[in-house]
Write a protein of this length. Sequence first.
Lengths: 66, 57, 1085
Amino acid sequence: MAENEPKILSFLCNWCSYGAADLAGVSRMEYPPNIRVIRIPCTGRMSPKFILAGLRQGADAVWVSG
Amino acid sequence: MKNLLEHTGLEPGRLHFSWISSAESTKFVDVVTKITDEVKALDPANKKYVKTEPKVD
Amino acid sequence: MITFKLNGQTVQGEEGQYIIHVAEKYGVDIPTLCNHKALEPAGMCRVCTVELFDGRRSRFVTACNYPIWEGMEVTTDSKLAVDGRKLIIEMLLARCPDVPAVQKMAKDYGITELRFKKGDDTCILCGLCTRVCEKMGAKAISLTGRGVDMKVDTPYHLFTDACIGCGACASLCPTGHITLDKINSQHTQLNTQLIPSEYDMGLKGRKPVYVPYAQAVPNTPAIDRDVCVHFKTGGCQICTEFCGVNAIDHTMEDEIVEVEVGSIILAPGFKPFDPSQFDAYGYSKHPNVITSMEMERYLSASGPTAGHLVRPSDHQEPKKVAWFQCVGSRDSNRCDNSYCSSVCCMYAIKEATIAKEHAGDDLDCAIFFMDMRTPGKEFERFYDTAKEKHGVRFVRSRVHTIDPLPNGNELSLRYVTEDGKTIVEEFDMIVLSIGLETPPELVDLANRLDIDLTPGNFAKTESFNPVATSREGIFVCGAFQGPKDIPQSVIDASAAAAAAGEMLTSARNTLTQSKEVIPETNVVGERPKIGVFVCKCGSNIAGVVDVPAVRDYAASLPYVEFVTDSMYSCSQDTQETMAQIIKQKNLNRVVVAACTPKTHEPLFQETLINAGLNKYLFEMTNIRNHDSWVHKNNPEMATEKAKDLVRMAVAKVALMEPLIETELTVNQTAMVIGGGIAGLTTAQSLANQGYETHLIEQNDNLGGQAVNLFHTAQGDNIQEKLSELITSVKKNDNVKVHLNTKLTNVDGFVGSFKSTLTSGDNSEELEHGIAVLATGAAPYTPTEYSYGKNPNILTAIELDRKLIADDPMLSKLDSALFIQCVGSREPERMYCSRVCCTHSIENALELKKRNPDMNVYIVYRDIRTYGEKEYLYREAREKGIIFIRYALDNKPVVTAKDGSITVTVTDHVLGRPMELTVDLVSLATAIVPYRDEKLANFFKVPMNEDGFFIEKHAKLGPSEFATDGTFLCGMAHYPKPIDESIAQAKAAASRAVTLLSQKTIFSSGTIAEVEPMKCAACGVCVSVCPYSAPSFSTEGRFAGKAEINPVLCKGCGLCVASCRSGAIHLKGFDTDQIFSQIFELEKAI
């Protein structure tokens, strides 16, 4: 994988950002293909452990969005 | 959380939080684009700091 | 049973079978050009040559017509067999060097150079055509001549009456030697053509046995009796030989079935207008003039060009496409359809946007229109985006001349722009935006049913009863009620169901049958066996993501036992196949990589249930909305992303466990919030269907905005009808009206809500199973147009009040002016308020009726009298009401000085400002939602940026929320006239009854659970949960520890993250499951 293509681990709330991402698709918007999405039922589900684990696994960044 | 990362030597730019409602697809795209650009600007080598597993003899 | 050896393997076949049949059964591929399952084999092409050892010697035989015998030894892949076949293919290639089927075979066998003299024939004399012709019962052709002169022909090479023009020979010919053109020019005068596919608007052929389209329900093929050869000659019946389950019976007859029903709902739809009757557009003459329905097919991934936009004349990509609006609509000169078809403006914008998306931004799209009508929810914004962002051109002009260029491709258009300039412009394609009309068969049906029709031949209904026809018990929905789009049709459909349900309440559940429950396979403790299904979604996914690569990649992942891809995973046949595969392969986990789980997860889970799997042994990953649709310019990265997402899903699904859904009892009481027309109607419908209903109104009277309104578009007196409605609701024993009451708290969830109703100082608790939000909207209070500076500058509603009161000032007026779009269709309120054009025209006509000499002006941007409201617009013009159009950047100016009102407006024809002094100005003010955040939070329902509530699905779920048990109707959803509010109110009631009529429903399985052994009873979960689901257990072994009420738990996971002892697990999103996804990230780096 090219060095300048970072991988951003994303935790998206099922009801909010995941829906926004769906809508972005339906609206055929475009954005960089660098995010990898994990659908979580709510940002309340987030735990710091997930963020650390993501970075430890080599994610260039972690994004949590509610 | 960001403080903790800084303490370990990671740039705060490696962790992002945002709130986007399910109707805000435009915002979603803006945020993804912004984060990606920001992360691309960071030194890719720096992340290795956490990735390295401690060696066990 | 005969036993013999095939490629060294012992195989068995039936007496009389040929080698090729047995080989097929055992998966041994033998090539052939002339073999057909339903026809007697002839061994003519020789390609199926195999080596046969009879115990003494080897020889070549043709597998298609050599019967099997005990003890024989057949080899298909020995050097001898392959060399023999290779020689035959080489000779075929020499005879027919240009036939693709032969070329491909030659390539497969490594034939690069020909040792024989090259011929130029395309027929390999296999005789398949003659055999099928005989089978068809025609016997029109045979192999004629001898030796080198042999060919397929009719007797004496003459035109023949024996040919029935069925085209079977052409469709089976392996080399393409026989074509329909050849048949037509050389053998018959029948003019044989492909059977036009109705679904593809005749742009593609279809078979006599066919499924109308991929998602058809039921997905069972039908035989078209009008074209099936069997019904002409008694021959063929080839289909019966292919059908493995003997489902085809050609002797079936039509039967007349009598059904006793209590009510009838008419949903027969419409017919697209046929523009071939108009010479001016040249639709029947020029191939590049197409209808909008044909354009839909050209733009569709499943269409004739797989979504690739080409002009029909030469299949080149067009550079310029023009849409002509109002073809067969708003036209009483050339056709009888003087109504507006309501849907064409929006679909033309959609087609133009998609065309640009498919063909690239260089494509020039121009829409020629009279008034742009986008009065639907989110439509104005779509129009604006098409114009401003996608660069679709909107030309307000009717094209008067179309001249095809001599090359037969482009068309030259001549039109006059608004400022009077004549423009000549060339286009590659013209799309006629054809309207909707009721076909003559439906007029007949209406006559037979004895129901009244409107002047436009739609079923006649009343504003206050929009789905009831003129005959009691017969209801109507969809475009037969009036031209309309999908959301409105869906609303009508639910409304008609409610209307029928109200009549049939006493018969409810008297004819129900219970569904067969498929026993669930216990997979606990089994090693994961994962099936991965990758969806192409037509070209939606496959057009960007390399689906086969993703599929093959998935096969390499741990525990994956089965992978496949499919065109549309959600189609019924794919679903059935999926269930079969799960059973056959004993899969115990399933991953579907397709669209969004938010809409499609339940569908696939249903498939798991049908296959006997617990529905939580499933994970869906979104490679469409989150991938192919948003990364279309980066297919490589998109494919990588899809692989990563599939890998993450596979890792997670392996850890999924079967989950149990808790049963809930449904409280069969309803709560309706809002006592306007929508709320009243919903309450009435629910009560009529036998459910106790509480109607909550914050004011001291019922009726909402309707108390201010004068007449409906159909001329009904609103005050009269409204008081009838209020009386009937008040009289209904099932309705309890709560006036002056506010909702101050809502607890609970679908089936068992507990709401606090506060009236003054009193609060009471109401338990109910469902809630309907019918909170309405309010008129905008203008700050513009000198409102408030002169008592005769009124809002539309203020004028209505004067009309209701028959104010004497009305009789003193000599002139009146209406200004449209006051506060609507502006940057801060980018939506059309939908009702104002009709409302102003109605009131203008009313003023004109009272004083025919009055000068009445309507100053507007686009007149949006959609549907049959268009008649009012026509009437207004006929009665001399003057329409003056203004542009957003040049709004009229109203000056109120010394008791007189002057309006300055720039006329679009003259291009000069005009000054009009008028006695009255009526402002068509916007309809503004209340933006009630508190209510939205109570029920956890979303609002759009304008402040209207967001329904479950813009098209298919317009009257309900995504949150279970909550429904939506009236203007809280979007501005709408009374008839549409009533339809949606009934629709909301109908949707609510689907829940209320059940005694129990099931909760989700993805909820939190405490592992009491680990629980430290710290109480953090009890304090953090917003739904009060965790509590301390009071009895049993684990008294004092936390426990979670599965019914209250929303599965958000807040308690899980906050639990310090790791004692709480969120089923379906457990820590190890999320970690498994994170861990899969490493491979992506």
